[in-house]
Design a binder for this molecule. Structure first.
Ligand code: COA
Length: 258
């Protein structure tokens, strides 16, 4: 049980709903504590094959870090806060199980950063994305300066970062920030339907897709070499043998994650 999140598992998909609608689901310390625990459960619980992160209510995904916690922070405390947020968002990005954001409204500041740490994003028509930190005399601290450039390119990212402007869902789609825009009432159905497809694939191969794609943005790794290694690892799995046999026998594969 979490204080600030709702969680439910259906067909091996865990839905995490950030649940502070009266504060537009702003990320405070408690949300981070709960999210951290929920992510540990994702790794440990074999019933969970993939995850949707969304926000409670129809107005906001997450309207940012909780600004009411900023006032008293000194430089060192602010750095510790950014590090804590980054560590938790790395946990999302580096998860072996797919984690997608169903963005149901404002995704601003830390909310945009949270959605960008997810493996991909689906938005409802009313979604709005932005990094308005400059309005507060700040920059993003939870990886936003890096992931926004990675996802939409430097020119568009710097415009959003420096202006604090918001973009709507259609523009986010055009920028490649989101994969789909759907009606709000269809958002979770769409997210579940994509994850149902992914969940039917070999889990170790799915995990290797995440690891190798992440290597593109990791200077400490040679992505091509990692791909060779992960490709080889797949050949040592039962699921690869099952996948190839099932194809040749013209039947559906039954993957076991081994
Ligand atoms: N931190 C803390 N509280 C927040 C918040 C945030 N990031 N975003 C919204 N809230 C709170 C508001 O203070 C308000 O609380 P109150 O009813 O107790 O006064 C409540 O959520 C509703 O927000 P409100 O501003 O009244 O809604 P709105 O429809 O007029 O505006 C936004 C919506 C998203 C445009 C506006 O809330 C906003 O600009 N939020 C801050 C976005 C931001 O700068 N995020 C980056 C932080 S680094």
């Amino acid at each position: 049980m979490h204080q600030t999140l709702l969680t439910s598992i259906e067909n091996n998909v865990l839905t995490i709903t950030l649940n502070r609608p009266e504060k537009l689901n702003a990320l405070n310390k408690n949300v981070f504590t709960d999210l951290d625990k929920a992510l540990d459960d994702v790794e440990k619980n074999p019933e969970i094959r993939s995850v949707i992160i969304t926000g409670a209510g129809s107005k906001a995904f997450v309207a940012g870090a909780d600004i009411s916690e900023f006032g008293e922070l000194n430089k060192e405390q602010a750095m510790a806060m950014a590090k804590r947020g980054q560590d938790i968002f790395f946990k999302i990005e580096r998860s072996n199980k797919p984690i997608i954001a169903a963005v149901n409204g404002f995704a601003l500041g830390g909310g945009c950063e949270l959605s960008m740490a997810c493996h991909f994003r689906i938005a409802s028509e009313n979604a709005k994305f932005g990094q308005p930190e400059v309005n507060l005399g700040l920059i993003p601290g939870y990886g936003g300066t890096q992931r926004l450039v990675q996802l939409i390119g430097k020119g568009r990212a710097l415009e959003l970062l420096m202006s604090g402007n918001m973009i709507d869902a259609t523009t986010a789609l055009q920028y490649g920030l989101v994969n789909y825009v759907v009606k709000q009432e269809e958002l979770l159905t769409k997210a579940r339907s994509i994850l149902e497809t992914i969940n039917s694939k070999a889990p170790l191969a799915v995990a290797a897709c995440i690891t190798t794609a992440n290597a593109v943005y990791d200077e400490t790794k040679n992505g091509f070499e990692l791909e060779i290694k992960e490709f080889g690892n797949c050949f040592a799995t039962e699921d690869m043998k099952e996948g190839v046999t099932a194809f040749l026998e013209k039947r559906k594969s039954i993957f076991k994650g081994r």
